[in-house]
Design a protein around this ligand. Structure first.
Ligand SMILES: [Zn+2]
Length: 168
């Protein structure tokens, strides 16, 4: 990753906020397979949620550590949406979901787990997947392991991304 010398960003880069952020750590890391990072765009990444709500629960995360949309450049927002749509196509091809929940929880009050670094959730849904376990124990049975999901989705996402790049 190329870096510009930008002294006013030093506090931002080395600050506790950034060091503590699981998304920043994964974006900085080279271990995409270990971190389940499926695709690196120009301004965003697609990765598997470590604590999935369902099999194939993906997230699109901007490189920038910002908690509110207004702080995110419009080009980044555009790519965030393009990668969200790409994730939907990949999941449709891999897992045949019957529906999707797509969205952001912005701020702790809205239920954001990591409120300092905004992120888009893409959750594939099947009828009947809200099962007894969820209602009773607030626990979900997620049948596919993260490693298996990664191995299944990675080649599909790479192929779709290549096709999109060629078309643009
Ligand atoms: Zn962050």
């Amino acid at each position: 990753m190329q870096r510009m010398w930008a002294p006013w960003r030093i506090g931002y880069i080395v600050g506790d906020r950034q060091a503590d952020c699981v998304f920043c750590r994964k974006i900085e890391s080279d271990d995409d397979e270990g971190n389940h990072v499926l695709l690196r765009g120009e301004q965003n990444v697609i990765l598997l949620n470590t604590y999935p709500y369902n099999s194939g629960h993906l997230m699109v995360v901007p490189h920038e550590h910002v908690g509110i949309l207004v702080d995110l450049p419009i080009e980044t927002q555009v790519e965030l949406w393009k990668l969200t749509e790409l994730a939907v196509r990949a999941l449709s091809e891999a897992l045949y979901p019957e529906g999707f929940n797509i969205g952001m929880n912005i701020g702790q009050a809205a239920g954001a787990g990591i409120s300092d670094h905004l992120h888009m959730h893409i959750v594939p849904r099947w009828s009947g997947d809200t099962n007894y376990m969820t209602a009773v124990a607030e626990t979900r049975v997620v049948p596919q392991s993260l490693d298996d999901s990664f191995k299944q989705l990675k080649p599909i996402i790479d192929r779709l991304a290549e096709k999109d790049t060629a078309a643009s």
